[in-house]
Write a protein that binds this ligand. Structure first.
Ligand SMILES: *C1O[C@H](CO)[C@@H](O)[C@H](O)[C@H]1NC(C)=O
Ligand SMILES: *[C@@H]1O[C@H](CO)[C@@H](O)[C@H](O)[C@H]1NC(C)=O
Ligand SMILES: *[C@@H]1O[C@H](CO)[C@@H](O)[C@H](O)[C@H]1NC(C)=O
Length: 633
């Protein structure tokens, strides 16, 4: 390594200095040492204090030879700089200075002033318990949603997306008013009846004509955003219990009727294909289906339709949606794979995979997500093969795609662009950040880790996946923290020993990982994507570790600071490493459908949409999990 690094390799194992991840031994020894000295200091005169300093120093020196405390405090000394420590102990020697210091984000350290004059150190734990106000933070997310909707409604109502800078709408997804439908269930979950009724009324008035008159749409995008949004709105408004629990807006049946009308047209993509693999596009008005220009469908696109079509079959009692879509997964089961991993293209003509490019980023991602989620949704049917495919694939991910960066050992998921025999690429799309959440969900099936452990439900495979989930969630968070704006780039590269990638760092020179993460010029944009906050939400629910909420809050604050547009809406960014960042004139539908919804749920009570009763489609639309008798036929 040619660059000079702020950390010695010795500190690498202590890779989580920002949060409480220390061994009980370290916690106890540091706490004992610190409190002893502090209490004595309060009672003693300066002379006695100096004696104590020397004794403390000796104890510390002994410990550094017998325990790993050395590397901890050493790392921290470099991590937090020497400012406060030096003020605290002048002439006390640098070793003692380190010993005195406590890690950042541990129980708040007293300022030098408080140290010298006050007797309130025993009150520190009380301050700790107070914690942030999550209800207030949740309200901030709700306000952000209202601001995003207000911009869309003022300038782009009925268009697929808002262009927040030029105050216009644009139809980037075929013209079905995608933002309206994507945002609707978020408004319902947040309890914003006003928005739910505005969106609902638009759907009732305009969507039927759009569905029957519009031209070409992408099967996958339309299924996950529009069909998925309609189905969850139907459930959340009480439709499948035969009531209407949203007091304004249309009757819930409107959502189901539109969903069915749309799905009947989308079904053409399956039925007109010569194989089980659907074509990628559908022309809505003439009910015809077409392959993508190059003839291939994306693997993730054809395997990310089943939650929606299954739920529609269960709601309507008509099995055709489920059976057509499940044929895809049954077919994929029979194809050859690389340790469970699949190439990112597939041919609807031959039914075979095309090429060797394997990745969990774009065109690959939600294949893996839906294997486990469809299995969870279909708990009481014969879908064991999906769980088997999922387990094999995750084993393959751990074996072939997971590596650690240098110098600081961030765990990441890379790619095999030329198949298993070709070179490994240390490239990770932000899209891959769905994986921590999916891994955690697959391990505990949505219940808390604590409960799963107590009931002895976790296999060694589950435990490995859960550990990887936590490591990857940290990496995804650091992809935000390493940039000047605190927002992640679309794609990051990781520094590895062999063939280091060219490119610049993220711009946050105080980030520990500034040398681990490389960002290429073309990849520096941020589209307000949800995957990291989605994983933080799932990991918070499952591990109950508050650090995931803290991380989510930091990300939310960065969105507020750099992407909010005063006249309404939020914008994408061209370059997250520049201050101020250049804006990009687009608010993606998933910012309302997913990003803000997951942030809201991250700060919500854990009884809201529990993960063992709902499965979220890949666009964050929650469907209730089938429980034997919930079918209405
Ligand atoms: C010590 O604590 C008492 C009670 O909280 C307070 O009244 C007093 O001012 C404190 N002394 C100092 C030096 O802060
Ligand atoms: C599962 O498969 C068995 C045997 O193939 C069959 O008897 C049973 O009805 C199936 N159950 C469901 C829910 O499909
Ligand atoms: C830069 O990194 C430091 C250290 O991890 C972190 O505290 C800070 O929030 C980061 N800055 C941004 C803008 O995320």
């Amino acid at each position: 390594m040619s660059k000079s690094l702020p950390y010695s390799m010795k500190d690498v194992h202590y890779d989580n200095a920002k949060f409480r991840q220390r061994s009980p031994f370290k916690v106890i020894t540091q706490t004992l040492l610190t409190s002893n000295v502090r209490n004595d200091y309060i009672r003693c005169s300066t002379g006695k204090f100096l004696v104590l300093l020397m004794i403390g120093g000796l104890v510390y020196l002994m410990l550094t030879h017998t325990s790993s405390i050395h590397s901890v405090s050493d790392g921290l000394a470099k991590d937090i700089g020497t400012k406060e420590g030096d003020k605290l102990i002048t002439g006390g020697g640098s070793r003692f200075g380190r010993f005195w210091r406590k890690p950042p984000r541990l129980p708040p350290r007293l300022s030098p002033d408080e140290m010298g004059s006050s007797n309130n150190s025993i009150h520190v734990p009380v301050k700790l318990n107070a914690g942030p106000n999550w209800i207030a933070r949740q309200q901030s997310v709700k306000k952000a949603f209202i601001h995003a909707w207000a911009g869309y409604k003022s300038y782009a109502m009925g268009f697929d997306e808002l262009m927040p800078l030029s105050h216009r709408g644009v139809d980037g997804l075929g013209g079905l008013g995608a933002t309206v439908v994507d945002a609707l269930d978020t408004a319902m979950i947040m309890g914003i009846d006003e928005v739910a009724s505005e969106a609902g009324s638009w759907i009732e008035t305009h969507l039927p004509d759009r569905i029957s008159q519009k031209g070409q749409v992408n099967l996958f995008e339309t299924t996950i955003r529009v069909l998925g949004g309609l189905l969850s709105a139907y459930h959340l408004s009480g439709g499948d219990q035969g009531k209407n629990i949203i007091h304004k807006g249309p009757k819930p049946i409107v959502y189901l009727e539109n969903a069915r009308n749309l799905a009947d047209r989308l079904l053409t993509a399956f039925t007109s294909s010569p194989t089980a693999i659907p074509f990628s596009d559908v022309v809505l008005h003439d009910r015809s289906a077409h392959p993508a220009p190059d003839g291939f469908s994306s693997t993730s696109e054809v395997s990310t339709l089943q939650l929606e079509f299954n739920y529609l079959s269960s709601l309507t009692g008509d099995p055709k949606y489920s059976s057509e879509s499940m044929k895809v997964l049954e077919h994929l089961k029979t194809l050859p794979k690389v340790e469970g991993l699949v190439p990112i293209y597939i041919s609807p003509q031959s039914g075979e995979f095309s090429g060797e490019n394997i990745r969990l980023g774009s065109r690959g991602d939600s294949y893996y997500e839906y294997l486990i989620k469809v299995w969870l949704q279909q708990q009481e049917s014969n879908c064991t093969y999906l769980h088997d495919m999922y387990e094999e694939a995750m084993k393959g991910v751990r074996h072939l795609l997971v590596r650690k960066s240098v110098p600081n050992g961030l765990v990441f998921v890379g790619e095999l662009p030329y198949g298993p025999t070709g070179a490994f690429s240390p490239k990770m799309d932000h899209l891959v950040c769905f994986l921590p959440g999916t891994l955690a969900l697959g391990a505990t099936k949505g219940i808390t880790k604590e409960k799963a452990m107590k009931d002895n439900l976790l296999t060694s495979e589950d435990l490995e996946n859960l550990k990887l989930a936590e490591e990857l969630a940290k990496t995804c968070f650091e992809m935000y923290s390493v940039t000047s704006t605190g927002l992640a780039p679309e794609i990051a590269y990781f520094n590895v020993e062999v063939h280091p990638e060219g490119g610049l760092d993220g711009g946050n020179k105080s980030s520990k990982y500034v040398n681990d993460i490389i960002i290429k010029h073309a990849d520096r944009h941020n589209l307000l994507r949800p995957e990291t906050v989605e994983s933080l939400f799932i990991l918070y629910r499952i591990t109950e570790n508050p650090k995931y909420r803290e991380w989510g809050w930091e990300i939310f604050e960065a969105f507020e600071k750099y992407t909010k547009v005063n006249s309404g809406g939020y914008s994408s960014l061209d370059d997250v490493t520049m201050l101020p960042p250049q804006r990009r004139d687009k608010m993606e539908t998933f910012f309302l459908g997913e990003t803000l919804k997951y942030l809201y749920l991250l700060f919500a009570d854990t009884s809201v949409i529990p993960l063992d009763e709902f499965v979220f489609n890949t666009e964050a639309h929650p469907f209730p999990i089938k429980k034997g008798t919930t079918r209405r036929e």
